[in-house]
Design a protein around this ligand. Structure first.
Ligand code: ADP
Ligand code: MG
Length: 559
């Protein structure tokens, strides 16, 4: 056992990038990502056209959507993408802001690295600055908002939707958003809880975006299976069935040999009896409405219609789940076992025509915290855009109601934080002070970018903003339409506090993480199970496929 054997901890084909090179490389990658989405920030931000390998096109200025579609490979760049993903998960808005701040923090830190400030000192300064920001945001900058303060909540909705393309229907959409959130908000001991899963967004092309409406209950994009069924059922008792209402499948490859007409008749009778039995089971349970996830045999349809039962087939699994929640029923997989207690309840189930297509409206559900928004618009593109805008506005108003706190927008909180951080920096002292100042500079990327994207002079805007904030005008932000520096509360530009606290938090955490990496070791190909992410099927990409792909862990650990 020789002690002199060299120890190989890496295989020959592993690649190592060391020290300054590694840092520079990581920072550049992260900055590149941040730069790519930054041009979309604010009401005047540009859109990106994303084209996938099949040629499908998405036009959006939604930060997280852009980053998810960009197919980013570089590990440090991926960390920035994660900032956007976290922001999306935690708040649902502010993704571009968070990514812009992360990129700028790294850029500012790079300058300090060049002045030979050690990365751990920078990291420590950034952390202190970030904590200070949380304190300032929570205790001094934010204002309270109550669920009754509808006017302010409407402003929150409006701010989130500004620049998202659904502008023609702005007034209607913000109204719908606030009403929807008020319906689903649940009062608890410490404030409100908002589960936006209780808000179902359903789209139907046709009409105008302004015709988008809030429905008290659920909308299912299906029609009754048989014309003989009622169009509307009062006092609905709803069976939710995940099994087919069909004769049992014959065994795989089984053949039924029929040699004379009697046998055929007998076989058909048998089948009919079986179907009748299934329908009887349903009827006996007391159901007068059936949502079936699978098919319903013609014969069974006929029997159901005869019993006056309104039935829908091939309902989406997710809709069944939501119906269960909304109506208080259970999804049943075996029809033989259906019990009255499995049935959901609703005041009415009605088939209504929407743009010449029938949809089912399940209203006055047992659980009153269940609403739907029926999105309308002239083209597929418009309904999609309205849906995305609503998605954002519903999330931010929900967050504002939960936290009960909002801040002004238009760069006001960022400029105020920067101003206060510069004051605070002196008390930090040492070289960490430089990092706190760098943090202050980095936050100003928000107003600078808002100005830039609006075709205004970013330096003029910043000078103006800074001087106002130094004079104690803490709510002044940038009017992106005319370049004036104005009071953002008066202008009605309002965001949930969480947009800012989360953006600052994850941006600084990520910047620190990137800074502390001094070696990048690329695993040799083939011997690690961590294949790069599968090229997520174009078009039908996996939703929510977040997570930090392989390689990161190894990097983070190399301090
Ligand atoms: P994000 O992905 O960060 O939400 P957005 O493109 O939605 O990016 O832009 C958000 C920024 O635009 C915030 O700083 C917000 O305060 C600002 N903003 C929104 N509406 C206005 C407005 N009417 N005037 C000025 N700034 C606005
Ligand atoms: Mg936004």
């Amino acid at each position: 056992m020789s002690m002199r054997q060299p120890v190989f901890i890496l295989s020959d084909d592993s690649e190592v990038t060391r020290g300054k090179d590694a840092q520079e490389n990581n920072i550049n990658a992260a900055k590149a990502v941040s730069g790519a989405v930054r041009t979309t920030l604010g009401p005047k931000g540009m859109d990106k056209m994303l084209v996938d390998t099949l040629g499908d096109i998405v036009i959006t200025n939604d930060g997280v959507t852009i980053l998810e579609e960009m197919d980013i490979e570089h590990p440090a760049a991926k960390m920035v993408v994660q900032v956007a993903e976290t922001q999306e998960d935690e708040v649902g808005d502010g993704t571009t802001t968070a990514v812009a701040i992360a990129g700028e923090l790294l850029k500012q830190s790079e300058d300090l690295l060049e002045q030979d400030v050690h990365p751990t000192i920078i990291a420590s300064g950034l952390r202190q600055a970030s904590q200070k920001c949380q304190e300032l945001l929570n205790q001094e900058i934010a204002k309270n908002v109550s669920i009754e303060d509808e006017e302010r909540l409407r402003k929150v909705a409006e701010t989130a939707m500004t620049g998202k393309g659904a502008e023609s229907a702005r007034d209607e959409l913000r109204e719908i958003t606030v009403n929807a959130i008020k319906s689903v908000a649940d009062e608890t001991e410490d404030g409100y809880q908002v589960d936006i899963d209780n808000i179902k967004i359903e789209k139907k092309v046709g009409g105008r975006a302004q015709d988008t409406q809030l429905v008290d209950g659920m909308i299912i994009d299906k029609e009754k299976v048989h014309p003989g069924m009622p169009d509307s059922v009062e006092n609905a008792k709803i069976a939710l069935i995940s099994a087919p209402i069909e004769h049992k499948e014959t065994e795989v490859d089984a053949e039924i040999q029929i040699t004379n007409p009697d046998q055929l008749q007998q076989f058909l009778d048998e089948e009919e009896k079986m179907l009748k039995k299934l329908v009887n089971k349903i009827k006996e349970s007391g159901a007068n409405v059936v949502f079936c996830q699978k098919g319903i045999d013609d014969m069974a349809q006929h029997y159901l219609a005869k019993e006056g039962i309104l039935a829908v087939r091939r309902a989406k699994k997710s809709d069944l789940k939501k119906l269960a929640r909304a109506t208080g029923g259970n999804v049943v997989s075996n029809i033989d076992e259906i019990e009255p207690s499995d049935l959901g309840q609703a005041g009415t189930v009605k088939e209504k025509k929407v743009s010449n297509e029938s949809m089912l409206f399940v209203e006055e559900c047992k659980n009153p915290r269940s609403v739907s928004i029926l999105v309308r618009g002239g083209t597929e593109h418009v309904v999609d855009e309205v849906e995305r805008a609503l998605d954002d506005s519903v999330k931010v108003v929900g967050v504002a109601v939960e936290d009960g706190k909002v801040v002004a927008g238009g760069g006001a909180p960022e400029v105020e934080l920067a101003h206060r951080l510069r004051e605070y920096a002196a008390s930090v002292g040492g070289r960490e002070q430089l990092a706190v100042e760098a943090f202050a500079n980095a936050l100003e990327i928000v107003p600078r970018t808002l100005a830039e994207n609006a075709g205004l002079d970013p330096i003029d805007a910043l000078v103006d903003l800074r001087s106002k904030h130094e004079a104690g005008e803490t709510e002044k932000g940038l009017n992106v339409y005319d370049g004036e520096v104005i009071d953002m509360w008066e202008a009605g530009v309002v965001e949930p506090l969480r947009v800012k606290t989360q953006a600052v938090d994850s941006a600084s955490e990520t910047a620190t993480m990137v800074l502390r990496i001094d070696d990048v070791i690329t695993a040799a190909t083939g011997d690690s199970g961590d294949e790069p992410e599968a090229p997520g099927g174009p078009g039908g990409g996996m939703p929510g496929a977040g997570g930090m792909p392989g390689g990161m862990g190894g990097m983070g650990g190399m301090m």
